[in-house]
Ligand binder design. Structure first.
Ligand code: NAG
Ligand code: NAG
Ligand code: CA
Ligand code: CA
Length: 364
């Protein structure tokens, strides 16, 4: 009895070992050690990402795929009755795959090492010296994200421009339905009339594509009227006693931690929370230019980009991150070899570790 159950166990162990050996010799491609542990995961196509959750695709092919997938979802949501005509012109290679993920997970077609080698000289432009600096990477990221932002703006413009004159009037604009659901009356201010007309740079009462893009992305505008509107919004949101400016208390509870979190100059010293008041007072008095003890909208202008980080901020943040992850010799820039040694740092937004084996092991 004991003997035979021992025999059964031994047989199962042997069988398990055999399966393991077969799996490790398996039919799949043995040459790429990283590959078998990763699988592509495209971003869910759910419209504009939340602020602070910006992930800019490093590779234009990935950006293109994500845009197209996103666009298909968008068409389905806004024009459910549309019958998609078969594509007239030649489509990118991946379009022939049923599933874009299949294309990117097919290393014969989408090879991250080849992609990185191909993209490197396009990023190494300021100057082209064989190394990528954080600034070069940030410029690259910014270019990718601007393309994406403009695409969404054009699409929103198409949707709202009902008389097809290439401009959006205030009457034509209605908040996107996904926002209408979420917005309560307190935050409903962002598409209000004054926001709309502050975006109208030339004051003709209509928004062209540039102005409409500014309207949708005020953090990235260079229009002084719109920046002023943003500052006033910051005051309105935090002005508890409704006197049109922020006293120290209103600033401390509503604004200070936001400024401190974003601005490295202010946050470089790591004080504990109890000593907050000293840096808080210092920044307050720096901002309070006329020394009246209150912050006006004008006085918030120097920190408005800490409150509303621009695309450039996220582009730089992401550049610094990949640099810190892939700069193996810590000399402050990336060589092509360092990138090839750490390819998934640049595709980390889409590739995920696949830990299936460990997972099953633990739960057996
Ligand atoms: C928001 O305002 C509208 C009218 O302006 C009102 O009908 C509605 O009840 C308000 N909603 C909330 C959540 O206060
Ligand atoms: C929109 O109008 C502004 C202000 O006149 C102008 O600077 C900008 O170039 C225009 N954009 C387009 C796409 O026509
Ligand atoms: Ca360079
Ligand atoms: Ca205009």
């Amino acid at each position: 009895m004991v003997k035979s159950s021992f025999f059964v166990v031994a047989m199962y162990v042997n069988l398990a070992l055999l399966i393991l050996v077969l799996l490790s010799l398996g039919p799949s491609r043995p040459s790429r050690p990283h590959r078998s542990h990763r699988r592509l995961k495209l971003r869910p196509a759910d419209g504009t990402p939340a602020p602070g959750d910006r992930r800019i695709p490093f590779d234009p092919i990935i950006a293109d795929i994500e845009l197209r997938l996103d666009h298909r979802e968008w068409e389905r949501a806004h024009f459910p009755s549309i019958v998609r005509a078969p594509p007239a012109e030649a489509q990118p290679e991946w379009e022939r795959f049923m599933d874009a993920e299949d294309y990117i997970n097919d290393e014969g077609r989408f090879n991250v090492f080849r992609r990185i080698a191909l993209l490197f000289p396009k990023i190494d432009v300021g100057p082209a010296d064989g190394f990528l600096t954080s600034e070069e990477l940030a410029e690259w990221n910014l270019k990718q994200s601007e393309k994406e932002v403009m695409h969404r703006t054009r699409r929103d413009m198409d949707l709202h421009d009902t008389n097809r004159d290439g401009f959006i009037s205030f009457q034509e604009y209605k908040p996107p339905s996904r926002l209408r659901r979420l917005i309560d009356n307190k935050t409903a201010g962002w598409w209000k009339e004054d926001h709309f007309y502050a975006s109208d740079m030339d004051g003709d009462g209509l928004l062209n594509l540039t102005e409409f893009n500014d309207f949708l992305h005020p953090a990235d505008t260079s229009n002084p009227k719109l920046i002023e509107w943003l500052c006033q919004e910051e005051i309105r949101e935090r002005d508890k006693d409704k006197d049109g400016k922020l006293n120290f208390e209103e600033y401390l509870t509503g604004l200070f931690h936001l400024i401190r979190n974003y601005d490295e100059v202010y946050s470089s010293t790591h004080e504990s929370d109890t000593s907050n008041e000293i840096p808080a007072k210092k920044i307050f008095s720096q901002l309070d230019l006329d020394n009246d003890g209150f912050l006006s909208a004008d006085e918030l202008r120097p920190v408005i980009h800490d409150l509303h980080p621009s695309e450039r901020y996220y582009a730089k943040q992401q550049a610094d991150y990949v640099l810190s992850q892939a700069d193996t010799n810590k000399d402050g820039h990336l060589s092509l070899q360092e990138m090839l040694d750490n390819p998934y740092v640049f595709y980390s937004a889409i590739f995920e570790e696949e830990n299936d084996f460990i997972y099953h092991d633990e739960f057996r």
